[in-house]
Write a protein that binds this ligand. Structure first.
Ligand SMILES: [Zn+2]
Length: 577
């Protein structure tokens, strides 16, 4: 009842302002990793996501354009800076094709970001801003508000995990009892009815790994897998509930800031692993597992919708809300498609050109989902012409690798990069952001049938042979399906916009809403279709050359390994790498 009342008040904009300055626009930014319309829209139609339904009735709804690679730290930092990875320098690299032991290098800290995020910019203008659980936010930065970092949410009391530092004590003094969120408790109760006793200290994926060794799983193995899957849902929903509890505490006990931004990581993970129980027609799913897990993804969507409730309670007549995700997901039945784990190096080593020039060394430079880049090293005595000739033949031969039956190319794009080139056009205007300059980049054609046979030189090889078994998620986002965008507020238009907003639009759009300038060195622009005509008439776009200080912030070396180690362990245990 309280929620319905709050929404009514919000939508009729008759409620009283709780801020001192009644004319100041404010914004709540809710970031939901992997949230998408494919799941949300039917649920909204059925009245199962009541908060989003109300926002959608009077607000603007659209898909949200994203980029390749869809790697959360990169995308959420681009969203928070309005800049491409080349400018913010937050990267995530996989240096090897071997998924069992990937040489992963990743950005984790705010110190590695080389430009200002919106929380820095707003603080510079003395605007209040709270930022909760954002990627690459640790160590917490001194901002004009509360910075509760990703590291605090995931690992509790790491040094510098909260700003201002005294807020850490305040939070600890609250002794929050963080359990399973109310929207998930019904599902959990129901699942427990079907669950065997949960083995203690189980590690996710242990069963999948045994399967990889071609051992037929025993009944005990299956029970253990089911228990593990259940445990993961429960654990991550409690983890996200920490984000929700602290967000609601700040919103209720403090002022409404100019911008309140909060991010939830686990809708992505839940969909990666549990989508198959929602759309079993694409998979072969054990009926016992179905009984337990079929409701997980919808329950998690209800949970994420529920996180809006506490925010809407605090909105006033000048409040706006934007809910967005960094990408969508779609079902990826491993049996039917080439996976992103395709061992491209094994294929490269079979190529005629590579065999013909054994003194030229081709190595993987980066491997991120379906994107691979290569370095080519030539002996000193090679002329520029010889080098160019090799590179051209190498890319031409890669392009020519096709399925014998379907004639579908194995690589949907092969690029010969110019020296220092880092960004490439992708389909429908999507951009690929490469990590560093490399010599050649290619994109695996994810829609290729895994039963196909390819011919390289004189050899005919089934693709399956080059696709190592790895625990495969049931939904994925290799080629960056567009995400979710929903916005509501007194200055915002309603309906579907003429074009899709994109990740780089958010920070400039936020600045325009708050009557602040937008910087010329931002790659994103204001998403003008979002604003009502009367707002645009009364609010000129202000511009500034840059928000960066004259002394450019240098990229610091990545932080202490134990923090990274914790994240790496966590990513492995959750099946991300
Ligand atoms: Zn994901």
């Amino acid at each position: 009842m309280k929620r319905i009342l709050a929404i009514t008040l919000l939508l009729t904009t008759i409620c009283c302002s709780t801020t001192k300055d009644k004319d100041k626009q404010n914004l709540i930014l809710l970031g939901l990793d992997g949230f998408n319309w494919h799941v949300a829209y039917p649920m909204i139609k059925q009245g199962l996501l009541p908060n989003m339904e109300k926002l959608m009735e009077k607000g603007m709804a659209s898909e949200f354009k994203t980029y390749i690679p869809t790697v959360s730290p990169i995308l959420w930092t681009s969203l928070a800076t309005g800049k491409t990875p080349q400018k913010h320098q937050i990267f995530w690299r996989v240096m090897s094709n071997k998924r069992d032991d990937p040489a992963v290098k990743f950005s984790f800290s705010s110190e590695e970001r080389t430009c200002k995020a919106f929380w820095n910019i707003l603080s510079d203008y003395n605007r209040s801003v709270d930022v909760i659980d954002w990627w690459c936010s640790w160590p917490a930065e001194k901002i004009n508000g509360y910075d509760v970092t990703f590291s605090y949410m995931q690992y509790d009391e790491m040094k510098d995990s909260i700003s201002p530092p005294e807020f850490l004590k305040e939070l600890n003094d609250q002794k929050f009892d963080i359990g399973v969120p109310k929207e998930m408790s019904h599902w959990i109760k129901n699942a427990q009815k079907y669950l065997p006793e949960i083995p203690k200290d189980v590690k996710f994926e242990s069963w999948e790994k045994r399967k990889a060794g071609n051992n037929t799983p025993t009944e005990k193995d299956v029970l253990q897998l089911i228990s593990e899957r259940f445990k993961v849902v429960k654990d991550v929903s409690v983890q996200d509930n920490k984000v929700r509890t602290i967000s609601e505490y700040i919103l209720k006990s403090k002022r409404v800031p100019d911008v309140f931004a909060v991010y939830y990581w686990y809708p992505d993970l839940i969909q990666h692993h549990y989508w198959k129980y929602m759309e079993p027609e694409f998979f072969s799913v054990n009926p016992e597992e179905m009984k337990i897990f079929q409701g997980v993804v919808p329950a998690y969507y209800r949970y994420m919708d529920g996180t809006l409730e506490g925010m809407i309670d605090r909105m006033n007549s000048k409040s706006h809300v934007i809910v967005c995700s960094d990408h969508a997901l779609y079902p990826s039945p491993r049996e039917k498609q080439v996976s992103e784990n395709l061992d491209v190096m094994l294929i490269v080593n079979l190529m005629d050109i590579v065999k013909k020039y054994p003194d030229v060394k081709v190595n993987i430079h980066d491997s991120i989902r379906i994107l691979r880049t290569f370095d080519i090293k030539f002996p000193d005595n090679y002329s520029q012409n010889q080098k160019d000739d090799f590179k051209k033949k190498f890319t031409d031969e890669l392009k020519a690798i096709k399925g014998i039956k379907t004639k579908v190319p194995l690589f949907s794009n092969v690029y010969l990069l110019k020296k220092g080139e880092m960004a490439l056009p992708f389909k429908e205007g999507k951009e690929i952001y490469l990590i560093d300059p490399a010599d050649v980049a290619l994109v695996i054609n994810y829609s290729m049938d895994i039963e196909e046979t390819i011919s390289i030189g004189n050899e005919k090889i089934p693709i399956k042979k080059y696709t190592p078994y790895t625990p495969q998620p049931s939904a994925n986002h290799p080629d960056a399906p567009d995400g979710f965008f929903l916005a509501y507020g007194p200055s915002f238009e309603s309906g579907v916009p003429p074009q899709k907003p994109e990740i780089l639009n958010i920070t400039p759009t936020m600045l325009y809403l708050l009557d602040l300038p937008v910087a010329d060195d931002m790659d994103g622009s204001i998403f003008l279709p979002l604003f009502k005509e009367e707002f645009k008439k009364t609010h000129q776009v202000k511009r500034i050359k840059t928000f960066e200080d004259a002394t450019k912030k240098d990229k610091k070396e990545p932080m202490k390994m134990d923090h990274k180690g914790k994240l790496l362990d966590q990513l492995k245990s959750l099946g991300y790498i």
